[in-house]
Ligand binder design. Structure first.
Ligand SMILES: [Zn+2]
Length: 306
């Protein structure tokens, strides 16, 4: 099997799964946890050093285990990959060594492990990034297509997908050309994080992300504890009042906030600029997924108007 065939199969399976599991592909990010629950599977996050995820069966109940130690995008990608095994009717197999393209040099293994791994991997990409969802995020960013690695990085954060998978999917759905995407994919996410931090020194770029929200449109931000938010003056004034965020520094008109604890959703309304940014800070998931626990559509949002 080649990637073209894997992508075709995965695209069809992902469209079918979106319909069946009630995923709204016109919005972002795709709620993969809720989808796994809707598929009738148990979902559990736990530390599993050296592993990404497992699709398994015990006592006639099928479920998915995801390594809680992965970054947010890698956790979501792994969960979608395991859902892919289920939706593609692959046999539950705790011995299967699932590998995702996490930029760890293990990518080659995916192809080496044959058809099942390739289609599950392609499924994850199509499931998390349907074309309409990408377009919704780009519209909110106020652009028709990304023209820089920094924009692709922010897009990947909004979609809750890995940076490299986002580069690939932008080619699959014909939003950018392959040469452009390949050049962006060669840039290390660590560098993009440092650039997004606008001069604020990062202790570590591991397992945290930097959301540069300067001058962008009406975004739906779902950050994780320890992530940094970079806000312009109007948003920073409002964000200073919010629980869960702490102001770390200000560099040249950009204020750096650290996400300290689960909070939100909060909506920062900049009436002058006519835009609103919705910010939710999530805990790292651990244990069994409970529907509605950190629901994407939580209705109790605080609105702050500048
Ligand atoms: Zn797998």
């Amino acid at each position: 099997m080649n990637w073209l065939t894997a992508n075709r199969l995965a695209n069809l399976a992902a469209v079918k799964a979106h319909n069946k599991l009630g995923i709204d592909t016109a919005s972002y990010p795709v709620d993969v946890d809720a989808a796994i629950d809707a598929a009738g599977l148990s979902l559990m996050y736990r530390p599993m050093p050296g592993l990404f995820g497992i699709y398994m069966e015990a006592n006639h109940q099928r479920g998915i285990l995801v390594n809680a130690g992965l970054t947010a995008a890698n956790r979501r990608h792994t969960a979608a990959h395991e859902l892919g095994h289920h939706e593609l009717r692959h046999r539950p197999d705790p011995g299967r060594e699932c590998a995702i393209d996490a930029g760890t040099g293990r990518t080659g293994n995916v192809r080496g492990q044959g058809e099942l791994e390739m289609t599950a991997e392609a499924f994850a990409t199509w499931f998390l990034m349907p074309r309409k969802s990408i377009l919704a995020a780009l519209t909110d960013m106020g652009i028709a297509r990304p023209t820089s690695a920094a924009e692709v990085y922010l897009l990947s954060l909004l979609l809750g997908a890995t940076y490299r998978a986002t580069c690939r999917q932008l080619v699959n759905v014909r939003i950018v050309n392959r040469a452009e995407a390949d050049a962006w994919a060669r840039i290390q996410p660590a560098r993009l994080k440092r650039d997004a931090a606008t001069g604020h020194a990062l202790n570590s770029t591991f397992d945290m992300d930097v959301w540069s929200l300067l001058g962008t449109g009406a975004l739906n931000v779902r950050a994780t504890v320890d992530d940094l938010l970079i806000l312009g003056e109007a948003d920073a004034t409002l964000a200073a009042e919010l629980p869960g965020l702490s102001r770390v520094a200000t560099h040249a008109g950009a204020t750096v906030f650290r996400c300290e604890s689960a909070a939100g959703p909060h909506v920062l309304v900049d009436a002058t600029a006519g835009r609103a940014t919705r910010i939710t800070v999530l805990d790292r998931p651990l244990g069994i997924y409970v529907p509605g626990g950190q629901s994407i559509n939580a209705s109790t949002s605080t609105e702050l108007v500048q």
